[in-house]
Ligand binder design. Structure first.
Ligand code: SD4
Length: 330
């Protein structure tokens, strides 16, 4: 069943697109910005959490060839899912306390379609399974064995996700088994990615192996639409990295998009999102939350509770690693 066929595309953002001739290597279009009603120039751009140069380069390659934002974010984050040296995403991810690697991912497109997989085992590319959930089922989320079964039916191969390195570290951790999930000051690298394509359309993706040595069955924010990721093609998109429980409590990414809808810049919206979380935690010194956001004009922002957070942008202007402001530093 193709759920998309049942959805009516209201096309609020794309309805205003007016093509203009190609300008150099970068195709530019004029679009009516539905927030401000002003005419803005749209240029493709991709942004992602942390310093994922290869992932953003892959997404940029898709955008530069004229590909759409959905393909760009999927293919971009797949680079990190395949990287065994990234122990927070995909193959090589750190396992839960029982030694099982369980993956969370979600994806959202310009029409508000979304798909997610939670606690998925033995599949190297959860983001692609999430996309299949979005496009080929009437559902938004599949979890655990149901998600895994669905993946096999869709032709995904069974893959061992636990690398020797992650296994060694887990066995070491088990010697003390102190469960102190104050991750994401050192233990981070979840990838959230947002892109705008040549039509000015926005999509986003987020994928992670979650908190290292978590309880079996634990799910964070990353596969939860509105928490780890949210896109509204009329406004912009946001995505999160850090301690998922805190992001879920504030429905962080949705909040940031709504703040942009009300007129805040991506930077201001990310700062406000972080401050909401801080407001609910008297002691916020031992965890990290970072948000990045993009608006319809292609303006970007990023903000984090702890110092050391960066986010990468890739656009016609080039590849840039942006150190983000942090609450502690401010
Ligand atoms: C989670 N937000 O599962 C994820 C973890 C993360 O960098 O972002 N790690 O809570």
């Amino acid at each position: 069943m193709k759920r998309r066929n049942f959805l009516k595309n209201t096309g609020t953002a794309t309805a205003g697109l007016i093509s203009v001739p190609l300008l150099g290597a970068c195709e530019k279009k004029k679009a009516v910005n539905t927030i401000t009603n002003s005419i803005e120039t749209i240029r493709p751009i991709v942004i992602c959490t942390w310093d994922f140069m290869n992932a953003s380069a892959k997404a940029w390659e898709v955008l530069q060839k004229g590909g759409n934002a959905l393909d760009a974010v999927e293919q971009g984050v797949m680079v990190e899912e395949a990287d065994v040296n990234n122990q927070t995403v995909g193959v090589g991810g750190r396992p839960d306390r029982d030694g099982n690697v369980t993956l969370d991912a979600c994806i959202m497109d310009k029409d508000g379609n979304c798909g997610a997989v939670l606690c998925l085992e033995n599949i190297a590319h959860p983001i692609s399974v999430a996309r299949k959930v979005m496009e080929d089922t009437p559902h938004v989320m599949l979890t655990g064995t149901g998600a895994e079964q669905f993946a096999y039916e869709q032709g995904f191969e069974k893959t061992n996700l636990l690398t020797e390195q992650s296994k060694k570290e887990w066995l070491e951790w088990k010697k003390t088994s102190r469960y102190e999930p104050i991750i994401n000051i050192e233990n981070h690298d979840t990838i959230g990615m947002l892109a705008i394509d040549k039509n000015g359309d926005i999509s986003g993706a987020c994928t992670t192996s979650g908190m290292a040595y978590k309880m079996a069955g634990r799910v964070g924010d990353s596969p939860i639409i509105g928490a780890g990721l949210f896109v509204d093609n009329e406004v912009g998109g946001a995505t999160a990295t850090g301690v998922g429980e805190e992001v879920v409590r504030t429905v962080g990414s949705f909040l940031i998009v709504e703040l942009m809808r009300q007129g805040k810049s991506p930077q201001e919206a990310c700062e406000e999102g972080v401050k909401r979380i801080i407001g609910k935690n008297s002691d916020h010194t031992d965890f990290q939350i970072g948000f990045i956001a993009i608006n319809k004009k292609g303006e970007t922002g990023g903000y984090c509770i702890q110092p050391g957070f960066t986010y990468r942008t890739y656009s016609q202007a080039g590849h840039k690693n942006n150190p983000s402001d942090s609450y502690i530093n401010s």
